[in-house]
Design a protein around this ligand. Structure first.
Ligand code: EPZ
Length: 419
């Protein structure tokens, strides 16, 4: 667990790590490439290490030096696939398409990950069956097999991120035209598309969330690729700058272009954010914050993955702010932890909550409900008077690289202690 003391005079600058949600689908796509790929700017975080361990059980070999990952997926076999590891992360669902392409069948346990609500996989399964595969699904597992169809097809991804990524990978080597409607266009989906194009895939993106893939015979099997930096981590440190900096905090590799809607809400709340370089921002400590209402949605709207940290900012804003969490029906539950710190929140229904401010927070023993809610509790702990203990930190370490070290480098009083 983390032991945290009030730290609201942070100073300095911080550089964002590579994107978790770009790295995971690209690792899955390395199974389709079946070769020797060198990835740069790969974050050394729990989910990436779990995914690499799964690829190792398939016969993959990797060397992770700093943030450079050399991955050899030339000789794979699915006999030793490890179900327990697969259960640990939601992104395991991305194994379906590359393994189906090379092995024609796969059975995996239902991949869990963060408990954000129902998290169905119907868009993945209906898309794969449109391609020609058949599946059976039980409480515990999914079994899919068959051969991809030999003609042009149209399908839709439901605007969801991992279903879009799965359906792209499923069609790159299918030598027909595939049109995927209602595709997600999150930055990490685009990074996956750039990765596949670097391997020789023929992928076009239309303005209306439609992706058109002309299947190719084969892909390059030796090349290098750069992972984008993490815009969710950047948004998280913008809140840290606004609430906890002595005067301001500089953030580098900030993915400014991916955070327009988010930065707009920050500015409406009263946060000054200056662009100080090609992809760097200076976030000033907010003297006064005013209430704003937020509604999460698909990219490029306000990202659901920044909703929990933003709720902490709203506890310091004058007035009553409303959060409308459209994407998940379980992502507001963590607010009970803020109430333990004398925050004043009210969950109206699974998708809506009110945050009453300005409320001085007090240290307490709190827990991480999921990856983003865990980080929100750390920010609340740094802001609160007295000491805060945050448990379930493995959630946080699944998605944020060197989070404690980065905070300590800014002067934060946070340390890892035995539970
Ligand atoms: C991706 O999850 C991200 N994970 C999530 O980030 C992110 O919160 C989410 O997209 C939304 O942006 C990765 O990229 C690895 P979902 P994904 O759980 O695509 C509905 C983080 O903190 N849905 O599928 O797996 C579902 O009900 C994580 O980094 C269907 O209805 O998202 C939910 O409302 C958490 N049918 C929404 O989509 C489907 O088949 C997103 O859910 C699939 C999804």
């Amino acid at each position: 667990m983390y032991r945290i003391k009030t730290s609201d005079h942070l100073q300095g600058s911080v550089t964002m790590s590579g994107s978790k949600n770009a790295t995971l689908p690209i690792l899955a796509a390395c199974i389709l490439v079946r070769g020797k790929v060198v990835l740069h700017n790969v974050p050394k975080i729990g989910d990436v290490m779990t995914f690499l361990s799964i690829i190792e059980t398939l016969g993959g070999i990797y060397d992770f030096n700093g943030n450079t990952l050399a991955l050899d997926t030339s000789n794979l076999d699915i006999v030793h696939i490890n179900a327990d590891m697969i259960k640990k992360i939601r992104a395991s669902i991305l194994l379906l398409s590359p393994i189906l392409h090379w092995f024609g069948s796969i059975e995996i346990p239902f991949p869990w990950g963060c408990n954000l609500g129902k998290r169905p996989i119907d868009a993945h399964l209906s898309g794969l069956s449109r391609i020609g595969y058949t599946y059976t699904q039980s409480e515990k597992s999914i079994a899919i097999s068959g051969k991809a169809l030999d003609w042009d097809i149209e399908l839709d991804a439901g605007f969801w991120v991992t279903s879009t990524e799965n359906l792209i990978v499923a069609n790159v080597l299918r030598k027909w035209c595939s049109t995927i409607h209602l595709s997600a266009i999150e930055p990490h989906v685009m990074n996956l598309i750039d990765f596949l194009r670097a391997a020789g895939a023929n992928i076009k993106i239309r303005y209306n969330h439609t992706i058109v893939i002309e299947g190719v015979d084969s892909l390059k099997n030796e090349f290098d690729f750069e992972i984008i930096s993490d815009y969710i981590e950047s948004g998280t440190f913008m809140i840290i700058g606004a609430l906890l900096s002595e005067e301001y905090l500089d953030i580098h590799h900030a993915r400014i272009d991916d955070l327009y809607a988010y930065m707009d809400k920050m500015r409406r709340a009263g946060v000054r954010i200056d662009v100080i370089g090609e992809d760097s921002v200076r976030v000033y400590r907010a003297q006064e914050l005013c209430k704003v209402d937020i509604q999460t949605n698909i990219f490029p709207w306000f990202p659901t993955d920044l909703q929990s940290p933003f709720a902490v900012l709203l506890t310091q804003a004058e007035g009553v702010s409303k959060i409308h969490e459209i994407m998940f029906e379980g992502r507001l539950n963590f607010l009970v932890e803020l109430d333990k710190m004398r925050g004043h929140t009210a969950i109206l229904n699974p998708h809506e909550a009110l945050i009453f401010g300005k409320t001085p927070l007090r240290g307490a023993l709190v827990t991480s409900w999921d990856l983003r809610a865990g980080v929100a509790m750390v920010i609340a702990g740094l802001l609160a008077k007295w000491e805060t203990l945050v448990t379930n930190i493995e959630y946080i370490e699944r998605g944020y690289e060197n989070f404690v070290k980065k905070l300590q480098s800014l002067g934060a009083l946070i340390e890892v202690v035995k539970e």
